[in-house]
Design a protein around this ligand. Structure first.
Ligand code: 5HY
Length: 244
């Protein structure tokens, strides 16, 4: 099967890192097609970035449908454009936040989220409520690392994330940690060893969930609100994305 793993920001090095994290867990028969939009923000750190990221996700799902993608991963912790992507897609579309919340909930009675800028915590809070995990998510914590600082050695990112997670486990009485950024995927195993609890990277979790659903012959429902978008002609900048 071919899974289209979409990095909704436009930073190619992050797309490559996400593709590597996805490829590391993909089953032998799975081809990972790591892509990014042709337009948008270099990092997604707020509501305005999120709007453009959602449009970029829609662009990439439309391309995936033409390219025969069996399923999709939205590799950004805000799960931008998830519902629009599910309208467009035949196969499953898995956001890394939703995937991580589900996996963490199978491993501990409560989990904590460690993310980047504190201002993006509210986006994760909204997702927890939207997906119905308010009884399982015990805290959401920002490290005030910018997304693109994660692979900058000068930012001391690993230690800041580890220390934030260690404090969250005590403060929240959590049993697991969810990494709140696709750019943290490569830190997952080391954090798990040092913290001694399950640490969930949403990229890996979403790839395995998408694979499983495809193997079960399950795709996105086309009945109701996930049916194909209604045909109409969009105006101006959006014209090329008119649902026909
Ligand atoms: C992400 N932003 O996973 C989110 C993380 C965040 O560009 N990729 C981004 O801070 O919400």
């Amino acid at each position: 099967m071919k899974l289209r793993v979409i990095n909704p920001n436009t930073t190619a090095s992050m797309t490559a890192a996400i593709g590597a994290a996805a490829g590391a867990v993909a089953a032998p028969g799975t081809v990972i097609d790591a892509v990014q939009p042709s337009f948008g923000a270099p990092s997604i750190e707020g509501h305005h970035d999120d709007v453009w990221a959602a449009a970029g996700v829609a662009e990439q799902v439309r391309a995936g449908e033409r390219d025969g993608a069996a399923g999709y991963v939205i590799a950004c912790f805000g799960d931008p454009g998830l519902h629009a992507a599910r309208e467009l897609a035949t196969g499953p579309v898995i956001g890394i936040a939703e995937a991580a919340f589900h996996c963490a909930s199978l491993l501990a009675t409560g989990f904590s989220v460690v993310t980047t800028l504190t201002r993006t915590c509210v986006i994760a809070e909204h997702l927890v409520l939207q997906y119905g995990f308010e009884r399982r998510c015990r805290g959401i914590h920002g490290t005030d690392l910018a997304v693109l600082e994660l692979d900058d050695p000068a930012s001391n990112a690993y230690a800041r994330i580890r220390d934030c997670a260690a404090e969250a486990l005590v403060r929240d009485r959590s049993g697991a940690i969810v990494l709140g950024c696709a750019g943290m995927a490569d830190l997952c195993r080391r954090l798990q060893r040092e913290l001694g609890v399950p640490v969930i990277d949403g990229v890996a979790a979403a790839v395995k969930l998408a694979e499983s659903l495809v193997h079960l012959g399950l795709g996105t429902s086309k009945r109701g609100d996930y049916a194909l978008p209604l045909p109409k002609v969009y105006a101006g900048l959006a014209a090329p994305w008119s649902p026909l």
